[in-house]
Write a protein that binds this ligand. Sequence first.
Ligand code: GAP
Length: 513
Amino acid sequence: MTQQSEQFKKVISHAKEYGFVFPSSEIYDGLSAVYDYGQNGAALKANIREYWWKAMVQLNDNIVGIDAAIFMHPTTWKASGHVDAFNDPLIDNKVSKKRYRADVLVEEYVTKIEDKIEKEIEKAAKRFGTAFDKAQFIATNPRVIEYQAKAESILKRLGKSLENEDLADVKALIEELEISCPESGSRDWTDVKQFNLMFGTKLGASAETAMDLYLRPETAQGIFVNFLNVQKTGRMKLPFGIAQIGKAFRNEIVARQFIFRMREFEQMEMQFFIPPGTQKEWYEQWKKTRLKWHLALGMGDENYRFHDHDKLAHYADAAADIEFRFPFGFKELEGIHSRTDFDLGNHEKYSGKKLQYFDPEQNKNYVPYVVETSIGLDRMFLAVLSNALKEETLEDGSTRTLLQLPPALSPTKVAVLPLVKKDGLPEMAREIVEELKWNFTTSYDEKDAVGRRYRRQDALGTPFCVTVDHQSIEDQTVTLRNRDTMLQERVAVTQLKTIIEDSVSISTLLKKL
Ligand code: GAP
């Protein structure tokens, strides 16, 4: 097993063992690509949600938040293009009978070429040391140039074939690149076919009158159809944004990577409405703003990169992903899309209602353009969890499992531990919990030796432990232990709130933006 898949396995089993993520309806053997969040997972997820919502809605006076229904009038999905174009090109391997996304097979092939480029760069960086000029090396090294040209031409051809719905050429490309089934190694493929990803359901009691509905595949459309409601009632002036967090559903075929690709998931989306012609500028601005939001968490600047799309979704004139280094490599974490007036324009057409803005500066009505930021909450959860999980070797040679979560996102901020279960220490510890719980998620633990309790809190990602001992009863001081440094300092009980607040509050994190 590779080091990467070893690490990913550890993340999945840690998530289960410590109450973060469970397979859905596990007593019935689970449901593929559907997961439940446990007591600590729900808290971590809520903190990520709060960080995003506050960064969008609280810090920007021109962005407001809504909460639209999951069910929408079915014509919504005709207008948005999802009925006709929200398809994945699928291909089956005849030997393994496994189904794959044809574009993903090709993209994975290209990722391997990109890995080769990275290796060349790493080798050269070692060889040249401080004199290494990466940009020059990439621009002049013949092998790198050759790899780059190959990757570009493959992606270009893939993009063109998909755009032209030329599925025969997608199959031809797979065959020419000699891509084999990862399971069977066979190159015996079926034709490529389109498969719509929306889940259908019915509204109504009788079969004759029931209306066909879809579970929304993105939250964005709930924003578009409410554009005028919000603009008018909020007296919003362009440019302004509408943010939303909510569930989305997709009948994903390639759903093998834990909570990376789920069939039911949560999105955090923001549509930013702008005058036509300003989309390039706002697109660049939102790319920068969103990257900053990620970097403020301190999970390592080197773990993020942009990936500009060659193959654009049916609604976009420019699109980029913020990719994150997951345990299985760099993959999409968030999308920033310049959606033009595609959605509002089509909703006007299909509904027959005007969805226009009167611009007092230009003294005219128009359909605004939109730049969207869209991130999966569950995918963000996986990024945070997998980045945080570490095995540390301590000075005495022992190891500890550490979940080094950004403190503002930790499910529990402080655990209060009486050194022993007698002599009034539990009572004093409980009193401290009663005081701290108004400001922080606080837990109380008296079971096992204190060293084991520290280890348990480390594995849960709790940034601080407060230990109450005999001296505490006499002078109202306690030991405050830091999760990351393991340093312990003696502090007065009255100081606890201020010290903890500074490093765990969402406001401290937001101030970095
Ligand atoms: N409204 C635009 C939109 O939905 P997308 O690139 O299809 O764009 C946006 O999805 C984000 O939603 C992705 O970057 C990813 O974080 C998340 N996402 C998409 N499909 C997902 C899935 N099946 N499971 C978990 N997260 C998903």
